[in-house]
Design a protein around this ligand. Sequence first.
Ligand code: CMX
Length: 427
Amino acid sequence: MKLITAKMADIADTLRSERKQMAKQHEETKVGEITAGQVLGGIRGVPALICDTSTVNADEGLRIRNIPILELTKAQPEDIFFLLCTGSFPNDSERTELHELFTQNSSVPYYVWNVLEAMPRDSHPMVMLSTAILVMERESRFRAAYDTGKGKDKLWQFMLEDAFLLLSRITTIAAAIYRMRFDKGERIAPRTDLDWGANFAYMLGLPDNNSRFTELIRMYLVLHSDHEGGNVSAFTANTVSSALSDLFYSFSAGLNGLAGPLHGLANQECLSFVLELHEKFGGKIPSDDELAKEMWALLNSGQVIPGYGHAVLRVTDPRFTAFHNFGKQNCGDDAIFGIVDKLFQIAPKVLTEHGKAKNVWPNVDAASGSLLYYYGMKEFEFYTVMFGVSRAMGIAAQLVLARAAGVPITRPKGLTSAGIKKMLGMN
Ligand code: CMX
């Protein structure tokens, strides 16, 4: 871990001293104003935390370290983790070190399997993933370092160690959950000669004759790796970590937020909706009118159209574009992908007419599931786990940087309903 630690040591020094300086000199300088709408509306858009790994602009979407995500679709996930942490791509020796760090702990200790095997058969795969991560907390090097009184300024290094421990094991765990939960046979042991994405694809055990599934998995890991710090999973993980809880506590908490239908579970719900349409229309792609009618039925019953809308974005999510392009190149003749493609043509019009959603365009969850389905991963309850594995990179990088910067404990102010009514002159 020598090379990445050396690179991050300089970054940590700068982050910490700049944060201290800003906090001291600009304690009272205003960086924004908060409206009642924001207080009542999920703290939406309030500039309240620092996130250097990535940005999400309403009219463009995700940039990782200021690079538009569509320029990174062919990158290796390991390189993306390095980019998230340091702001630059690894050189050859750093890449060799990274490969070692991503593989050296990929065998998972037996107690984790025992816990997973003891869980009820119908546990959601996200519950299994979150539990497996949490149970490994006992191995946290960060907690061990804290317990032995390591100085606060050094703690980020142990957070980084935990990050590699988590990342090298999470693919083995997730693949095993897939095989265990959906009766796919024995667990497949990790290989050290494969890159992180290829190893994950290999351990899932799905057929991959032309390596297109492996290519999809690598791109999947990259596209879902990070989405700024304010989304539910990242914000939760940051909040938990701000109490100096280690990465296992923090990431497990973040995963529990990702499991919600308005966040990461939307990909599962989206495919479920598409499969219902597929069945209802006898395997054919419904006409524009038929599809619009189905969407209205969903909206009129008070449900949302999964995979559409976003709390920040106001354009088509570039991550959707990447998946959509991949689908057009590789699954163009598939009926399920055909419905996803058709939804893209119709859903924005229906949502515009419906008039509620501030963003009528697809987000990342609208297409990803149909591609996994095409390559044989039919168990869509597993899709949010795929999202969680990818998001481990962004969240781990954010938490290492937050520790490096010495970010203090999170503590926004709660208002009472009576208090805000008074402020609004409603009493
Ligand atoms: N279908 C129907 N109604 C929708 C909608 C959709 N896809 N998206 C938003 N709306 C509705 C909201 O439910 C809200 O209705 P109410 O006023 O009755 O509460 C109204 O439009 C305004 O919401 P908004 O400001 O546009 O959206 P929010 O920032 O509140 O919520 C999100 C954002 C993603 C939760 C919402 O668009 C949604 O529920 N989308 C479907 C689920 C989904 O795809 N989630 C995945 C997001 C990506 C991710 O995090 O993984």
